[in-house]
Design a protein. Structure first.
Length: 298
């Protein structure tokens, strides 16, 4: 391999690490902590200058909760590549139809009561908790925050889960919580989810199979304003107090997840909308609640 080819390979590898980190919503500091690699080394890797070993790549991939093959491979396995080649010819409407057909054929179809269980997805600052609690009250169903249910499942705080078990352990508790919530609420629930749930293919498929998903969408500027108002800048990197960099983090995360969020059953744009307007939009976007028939009295 020539020096030019080597540089191109390292640059591509760095871009993939950076893209996966953005999709996970992780700062470089968080990835360094979870992988045991230094921030400086990861900065060099992402800029295409790092002297990368297999061990360091495996550590980074494990922290990102992907396999090293997912990080390195250019193409999926042959059978999947053939399907992908076919799907590439379809437009967005046809892709949605193909997804429904595949789901119905191979057991990914809607679970019983799915449309009564509403899951709100999107980046923090879109209004998920505020709108979710009000929608639940309007529908007369429980309101649940998935993060709190994950803590309940693990018996400890989010920070402790990540510290003790990393991203992979956190995702295991997340899937267990989703199964339990779906089983416990056959007659309806409104649930908020973490912004990065869409980047975990298996978890997002599980979510979509058991919940009616609504993407609460907002502009990067509105996300930033609402997050600042909440006083919690996770997962945006503000270690140096650089709000410009935090805004870039928001834009990058939204860009990397936009196509995934768009897989939701419905989209509600909260940009430049009042709380009352957004709630009305959300009520129109979700299926009507099922009214149970009262038993006949004898």
């Amino acid at each position: 391999m020539s020096e030019q080819e080597s540089k191109a390979t390292l640059s591509e590898l760095g871009a993939r690490v950076r893209a996966w980190r953005a999709r996970r919503g992780m700062t470089r500091k968080q990835l360094a902590s979870d992988s045991g690699l230094s921030e400086r080394f990861l900065a060099d890797v992402e800029s295409g200058k790092g002297n990368v070993s297999i061990n360091s790549l495996e550590a980074a991939a494990r922290a990102l909760n992907i396999s090293i093959l997912e990080l390195l491979q250019d193409a999926p396995r042959p059978a999947l590549a053939r399907v992908q080649g076919l799907l590439m010819r379809l437009d967005d409407a046809q892709l949605d139809q193909a997804y429904s057909l595949l789901g119905g054929t191979f057991g990914l179809s809607d679970a019983l009561g799915r449309e009564q269980r509403v899951a709100l997805i999107g980046l923090r600052g879109a209004g998920k908790s505020t709108l979710g609690s009000q929608l639940a009250a309007e529908r007369g169903v429980p309101f649940i925050e998935l993060d709190r249910e994950i803590e309940r499942e693990a018996g400890t705080s989010m920070n402790e889960i990540l510290l003790l078990h990393g991203q992979a352990g956190y995702r295991r508790y997340e899937r267990r919580a989703l199964f339990r919530i779906a089983e416990d609420h056959p007659e309806g629930v409104v649930m908020t989810t973490g912004g990065s749930i869409v980047s975990e293919r298996e978890t997002f498929d599980l979510l979509q199979s058991r919940f009616y998903c609504v993407w609460l969408k907002a502009s990067p500027e509105e996300h930033m304003a609402r997050v600042v108002a909440q006083g919690d800048m996770r997962p945006f990197d503000t270690t140096r107090g650089a709000t410009d960099e935090a805004m870039e983090d928001i834009r990058r995360i939204l860009s990397s997840r936009e196509a995934l969020y768009a897989r939701a059953d419905a989209v509600v744009d909260t940009a430049a909308r009042t709380l009352k307007q957004s709630l009305k939009d959300l009520e129109r976007a979700v299926p009507k609640t099922t009214v149970r028939a009262e038993p006949e009295r004898t």
